[in-house]
Design a protein around this ligand. Structure first.
Ligand SMILES: NC(=O)N[C@@H](CC(=O)O)C(=O)O
Ligand SMILES: [Zn+2]
Ligand SMILES: [Zn+2]
Length: 344
């Protein structure tokens, strides 16, 4: 029996949503991860420390009493965020980062930033206070092909940002391209990236396998096979700039199976098991622990977890759908076989 015990991992990019659906999805994450970097794209978005505190309280209230989980909170950057809000973060123990969404780029990004220049005073305050900036790194320029939006973002926006704020720690979230891997590799140590399980497992063919597959639709979009293999090399290569962030992003089944479906893939139900499969296939199982449990806390300057989690190589079938408040969510691999299993 192939078993693997690793330091308990953390999820450095995650959507927990709110209300009844929060209670449905939170145990999936809390069973696997000690901490999660919780994305602020609610409606309305989490734009202040006070809103983040209230959201954190709702997350902890939804946590089953026999589970432990630490929500690390983020603030949603808008054109109107005052630099004084960054001052308030200093006095909060739980806000760990500020999240940048280009307006209109993804789910609930309507309040996002219209022009990075407008938030330069906030970025300057963050640089001074050493508060990390997390980036949904895609341009929204309609003349740019949707498959090129990440690469163009790096050239147009990320390069200037790193020049203008050389001391600002930044995480390029959910990277999908060889361009992103190469950019992060050659950048100074204040630049890192998260990588999702779905971008490591699937290429863009998965969107059209025998028909249109809405449950494989996420942003940034899945890319060509050559990009997927570059991501696998980055994740399994041992470089501390790359770490685990699932971007688990649940939507109700009806909102995905629609004439205009929502972007987001639910992976929290099998997150660490999916990464184990990827690393095993790459012959790099011995590198999973660093990617999942060390590189993230080291970048954020938080302690590594002390307890452990054990996985074994044993098949199980993912349910066709899972409860999601009053509705259901279709998880990645629905009805299909998983090869790694978590011991309770
Ligand atoms: N990744 C997605 O496809 N969707 C995310 C938003 C995001 O992370 O861009 C969501 O909140 O649904
Ligand atoms: Zn995003
Ligand atoms: Zn996300």
């Amino acid at each position: 029996m192939n078993r693997l015990t690793l330091t308990r991992p953390d999820d450095w990019h995650l959507h927990l949503r709110d209300g009844a659906v929060l209670a449905s999805v939170l145990p999936d994450t809390a069973r696997r991860f000690a901490r999660g970097m919780v994305m602020p794209n609610l409606q309305p978005p989490i734009t202040t420390v006070d809103l983040a505190q209230a959201y954190r309280d709702r997350i902890l209230a939804a946590l089953p009493t026999d589970m432990r989980f630490e929500p690390l909170m983020t603030l949603y950057l808008t054109d109107h965020m005052p630099a004084s809000e960054i001052e308030k973060v200093k006095n909060s123990s739980f806000v760990q980062a500020v999240k940048y969404y280009p307006t209109g780029a993804t789910t609930h990004s309507e309040s996002g930033v219209t022009d990075l220049k407008r938030v330069y005073p906030v970025l300057a305050a963050m640089e001074k206070q050493d508060l990390p900036l997390l980036l949904h790194g895609e341009v929204t320029d309609p003349s740019v092909d949707v498959f090129d939006r990440e690469a163009v973002f790096i050239d147009r926006h990320l390069m200037p940002l790193t020049r203008d704020f050389p001391g600002l720690r930044m995480v390029l979230e959910h990277i999908t391209t060889r361009a992103a891997v190469e950019f992060v590799r050659q950048a100074p140590n204040n630049i890192a990236a998260t990588i999702t399980a779905h971008h490591l497992l699937l290429n863009r063919n998965a969107l059209f396998e025998g028909g249109l597959r809405p449950h494989h639709y996420c942003l940034p979009l899945l890319k060509r096979e050559a990009h997927r293999t570059a991501l696998v090399a980055a994740a399994t290569g041992g470089n501390p700039k790359f770490f685990l962030g699932t971007d688990s992003a649940p939507h109700p089944r009806q909102a995905k199976e629609s004439a205009c479906g929502c972007a987001g893939i639910y992976t929290a139900h099998a997150a660490i098991e999916l990464y184990a499969e990827i690393f095993w296939r790459a012959g790099a199982l011995d590198r999973l622990e660093a990617f999942a449990s060390f590189h993230g806390p080291d970048f954020y300057r938080l302690p590594r977890n002390r307890d452990t989690l054990t996985l074994e190589q044993r098949n199980w079938i993912v349910p066709e759908e899972l409860r999601f408040g009053k509705e259901t969510v279709v998880p990645l691999r629905a009805g299909e076989t998983m090869t790694w299993n978590m011991l309770a």
